[in-house]
Design a protein around this ligand. Sequence first.
Ligand code: E4P
Length: 224
Amino acid sequence: MKFFIDTANLAQIKEAQALGILDGVTTNPSLMAKEGITGQSNIFQHYLDICEEVEGDVSAEVIATDFEGMVAEGEKLASLHPRIVVKLPMIKNGVKACSYFSAKGIRTNVTLVFSVGQALLAAKSGATYVSPFLGRLDDISTDGMHLISEIRKVYDNFNFETQILSASVRNTMHIINCAKIGSDVITGPLSAIEGLLNHPLTDNGLKQFLKDYAKGNNLHSELQ
Ligand code: E4P
């Protein structure tokens, strides 16, 4: 299972990378704007900066919504760095562009997916990744995790190679449930990834070990 971080924040990307568990980065126009990165040349430079920090795939989203614009922008993005994956919205022209890029061997991530039908189209158009947004479905009282398991079933029925990139992951339970279902990838914030570390018995156990060590080694006063 791959772990991607869903941010354009370089400090957080570095922190996740330092854990040695990071397999890639996803970004979107909102995440770029949140970091104050505006204007095409700054955005392109920022993708390059991100690629320098991680060894895995970096999803870069096109802004154009017409076919020709998507192709031109996607080709530019793909030429920036070999690990850039062109992120395309799940609209008619996005599917068309995905088929075009698949035929050219350019890797893609079809984003804003909220149904099994959309995920089927992404797979049929040869997407490298499909991004169902589970958190946003949960936000509207719809079971996001159910969608991930349905897509898993359908993809397994036909051995589709498109990887399920569960997106809009918001918490540790999302990550754990995605792992149980067999999502190929999750992308979420650093807080959700680091949340996997937490267990009070770990904290209490470590505290006790250090206390006993200090007693045994007569270093108690140093550790106070
Ligand atoms: C996926 O690629 C998106 O960037 C992201 O996961 C959206 O998450 P959000 O619903 O928390 O904004």
